[in-house]
Design a protein around this ligand. Sequence first.
Ligand code: 2BA
Length: 109
Amino acid sequence: MKLLFAIVQDDDANKLMSALNKKGIQLTKLSSSGGFLKSGNTTLITCIEDNRINEALSIIESKCKSRSTITRMNNNNESGMSTPLTTEVSVNVGGATVFITNIEDFRKF
Ligand code: 2BA
């Protein structure tokens, strides 16, 4: 068994959850936030058989789109002090960031 964490954009989360559930892949949704943009995203966790990992990854890849977003960043001067000036930067947010780990034990009561 593997534990799969998928961090996805909120806009893709519902379609992705429906597609995984349709294939009988159970999951849990957590509301999360990215450390860089500090805006909301969604983390899905699923415990899945080793031989279904590729199937799950294909579904994630097909439902999650990367998008560009504009964010404001503080300009720091040379002393490291922040100034009130900000610059707009374009950031490409990926379709999905996925971590996969082994599960040592899995029980349901
Ligand atoms: P955020 O941390 O809000 O990052 C959003 C996007 O900002 C990232 O997209 C990346 O393109 C950019 N970015 C992040 N940190 C940056 C930095 N220090 N300098 C310049 N640009 C930066 P993704 O890489 O597709 O990540 C989307 C979300 O997935 C992240 O949201 C975060 O919640 C999660 N994530 C990505 N990599 C991770 C990791 N190694 N560990 C834990 N969570 C991760």
